[in-house]
Ligand binder design. Structure first.
Ligand code: T4K
Length: 408
């Protein structure tokens, strides 16, 4: 199609902010918004905390929350803590991991920092371009003397290749800790994500589907590791005056656990809302050359909390970063989770080696708004803008060159 024909076709559809009209949305459309529909149940529960004055130190809400999460994820032990990052650190300490930890670079910086913070060294490996999770082949290639743990990430709720990763860890006699920060309610081949490997962690940060404001949890089927993690979470106390080992304060508060408990009954609604939105995105993004909706691996059921697309500039005509700027100019706050890869960020870049898939994907990745707070009608507008922009690539690129649009 000629440029002029394209232009005609799209003039008939919708204009863009670069045509001089105001942004498509008067208020920012966030990539996600914290679940806030459990307010009444939460307030009722926390009223009880004020009656009893019990706010922390392994209180009844924390215990109930742990039981409910363990049951949901089909795992014996759940130890609630005050963040996903703390959960990673405590799990690594419980397994007495020292030295080097093999992990994908394509993850939130918290994964790498948790290892470094406890004195370990992350060794970064590449990802599978289809699943965006650890490439077991590359993990084997990067394996080196001193690696004592593999830390794969079930990113966006996509399950890793558990069979191959467990095979590696068993052959090499090294531990596995899965970062399942995104995985509440996710499963793989009919099994809930949570029990694979030695330990796993979840995050209940306010940006996660089920949240406790800040929060996290350690999951394991290993009684001894669960015991260790519980000790570490509370300074190693085994009684009022006995301290058995080095520990820290990793406890979840009663208020946080109460919000988790109050929100759990809404989980089916959250999943359904995400599913409806994903189906719509699928329909509306289909056939936009260069825009690919990232699918979870076969057999993997995600919670749909992240709506992830890849932008292939060669085909779409616009780079991911230009599309990102355009969306922000339209008040659509898409996010580049996770660009750049950890290996390219300051604390790690000095020793970094090339990770071609991570580098390519982190140039292409874009997370679009979803969740119950994203109106169905706004998804049509978002997809319309993405379609229109691709068809008017020259215009958009010229606007990007000339415009002063600044985004964070
Ligand atoms: N491993 C992985 C793979 C992770 O992704 C994370 C965390 C961790 C480990 C560590 O878990 P935690 O220690 O955090 O529990 C967020 C979160 O801070 C972080 O938890 C998360 N991953 C990471 C992917 O994203 P930002 O910088 O994107 O958040 P922010 O403030 O820009 O908000 C994003 C969206 O959420 C906005 O659209 C607004 C909305 N929002 C945000 C907040 C803070 C709300 O609706 N309510 C809120 O209170 O980092």
């Amino acid at each position: 199609m000629h440029g002029a024909d394209k232009k005609r076709m799209y003039d008939a559809r919708m204009s863009l902010v670069l045509d001089g009209r105001p942004p498509a949305f008067s208020k920012p459309v966030q990539v996600s918004r914290s679940w806030n529909k459990a307010r009444e149940r939460f307030l009722e529960l926390v009223n009880g905390s004020f009656d009893t004055s019990l706010f922390t130190n392994d209180g009844p809400f924390v215990r109930q929350f742990e039981e409910r999460i363990a049951a949901l994820h089909d795992v014996q032990h759940c130890i609630a803590v005050h963040s996903g990052t703390t959960a990673l650190q405590i799990a690594l300490k419980a397994m007495r991991i020292e030295g080097k930890i093999l992990m994908p670079s394509f993850t939130f910086i918290g994964t790498a920092h948790a290892a470094t913070w406890i004195g370990c060294t992350p060794i970064f490996c590449d990802i599978d371009p289809r699943t965006l999770t650890m490439d077991p082949q590359d993990a084997l290639r990067r394996m080196e003397q001193g690696v004592t743990c593999i830390l794969p990430v079930n990113l966006f709720g996509h399950s890793c290749d558990f069979a191959r990763i467990e095979q590696i860890s068993q052959t090499l006699h090294i531990r596995t800790l899965y970062d399942s920060a995104h995985c509440i309610g996710c499963s793989s081949n009919g099994h809930m994500i949570g029990a694979q490997g030695d330990m796993q962690i979840l995050s209940f940060h306010a940006t996660k589907m089920l949240h406790t404001f800040e929060g996290g949890a350690i999951l394991t089927n290993d009684d001894a590791l669960a015991h260790e993690a519980r000790l570490i979470r509370n300074y190693g106390f085994t009684g009022y005056e006995q301290v058995e080992r080095l520990g820290t304060n990793g406890k979840m508060t009663e208020l946080s656990a109460a919000h988790g408990l109050a929100s759990l009954p809404d989980l089916p609604d959250m999943l359904e809302a995400n599913h409806v939105r994903r189906t719509l995105y699928e329909k509306l993004l289909k056939n936009i050359p260069g825009i690919t909706l990232v699918e979870p691996p076969t057999g993997s059921r995600t919670n749909g909390h992240y709506l992830v697309v890849c932008v292939d500039e060669d085909v779409y005509g616009i780079s991911r970063d230009t599309l990102y700027r355009l969306l922000w100019a339209e008040n659509i706050h898409a996010r580049r989770y996770f660009a750049p890869g950890c290996h390219a960020l300051a604390p790690y870049s000095r020793d970094a080696h090339a990770l071609p898939v991570t580098e390519r994907i982190s140039r292409q990745i874009l997370c679009l708004p979803t969740g119950i707070h994203t109106d169905i009608s706004s998804i049509a507008t978002i997809c319309g803008i993405i379609r229109e922009a691709g068809c008017r690539a020259e215009n958009v690129n010229a606007w990007a060159m000339a415009s002063q649009a600044v985004v964070v």
